[in-house]
Design a protein. Structure first.
Length: 260
């Protein structure tokens, strides 16, 4: 019998997952900032490297923070977030105007001069960078592949089962959740951690019908007991009180597949 997690443990895991999601976007922004500084993008090459790093990292991380703040009102809305191209376009448009004003002001603080006539240039440059960074972030967040059940009448050899610790041998796998460098395997006999990457686990789970419903979660289709919708977010309910979040881009695909 599966023992449900305590509320404290569940909240701690969700906070950890949320932090990992947010840091992924900031990592993309920081890498882009370092790149822009090194190449001296948009005529900043004449400035010393430390100044360029300060300038570009501030702009990129500031833009990422603003994107985090406006996400609940744009890409997380069902009619927008489930369509990736529309979500990208809306996020780009919504972010470009306030970021343009910030870039225009901050450039004057760092390099001097803030002529009103330069605003069209900043609008175009900011829009281009915002569109690119938004696209990169969405690619990083792109859900992974599905796995498929073995053909009828064919014994399934699921390689991932060989990774299970002794106490979970013979258990039915419900879900696999990524936690830093570990995976938490949710099964009919309880849950435990193993050292592995989620991408490797999904490849080895072939033979069980399931899908990566979130960047940090793979779920077996037969384990889904119900679907929870709350504040525009969708979660798959599993045995033992486990709730697997569904990333917005995956909602449409799961609906079409009959999961939701």
């Amino acid at each position: 019998m599966v023992e449900p997690e305590s509320l404290t443990d569940r909240m701690a895991r969700r906070m950890s997952a949320y932090a990992r999601e947010r840091w992924r976007g900031f990592a993309v922004a920081a890498a882009a900032g370092v790149f822009m500084a090194l190449v001296g993008a948009f005529e900043t090459s004449s400035a010393p490297l430390p100044m360029r790093l300060l300038y570009w990292l501030t702009l990129m991380l500031g833009g990422s923070l603003l994107g985090l703040l406006v996400a609940p009102f744009t890409t997380q809305r069902p009619r927008i977030g489930e369509k990736r191209v529309l979500a990208w376009a809306v996020a780009t448009v919504v972010l470009t105007l306030p970021l343009t004003l910030f870039v225009w002001w901050f450039t004057g603080q760092i390099f001097g001069g803030r002529a009103i006539g330069s605003l069209p240039f900043f609008l175009g440059a900011t829009g281009l960078v915002t569109a690119t960074i938004t696209a990169l972030t969405m690619i990083v967040d792109n859900p992974g592949p599905a796995t498929h059940a073995a053909p009828t009448g064919t014994p399934a050899r699921v390689r991932f089962l060989e990774r299970l610790p002794p106490k979970l041998i013979g258990a039915v796998i419900h879900a696999v959740e990524s936690e830093d460098h570990y995976l938490r395997v949710h099964t009919s006999k309880g849950a435990d951690l193993i050292l592995a990457r989620l991408s490797d686990a999904i490849a080895e789970l072939e033979g069980i019908e399931g899908a990566q419903v979130h960047r940090s979660w793979w779920v077996a289709r037969d384990a889904v007991t119900n679907v929870k919708r709350e504040n525009g977010r969708v979660s798959l309910l599993l045995p033992g009180g486990v709730a697997a979040p569904v990333s917005r881009p995956n909602v449409k695909a799961l609906k079409e597949a009959g999961w939701i």
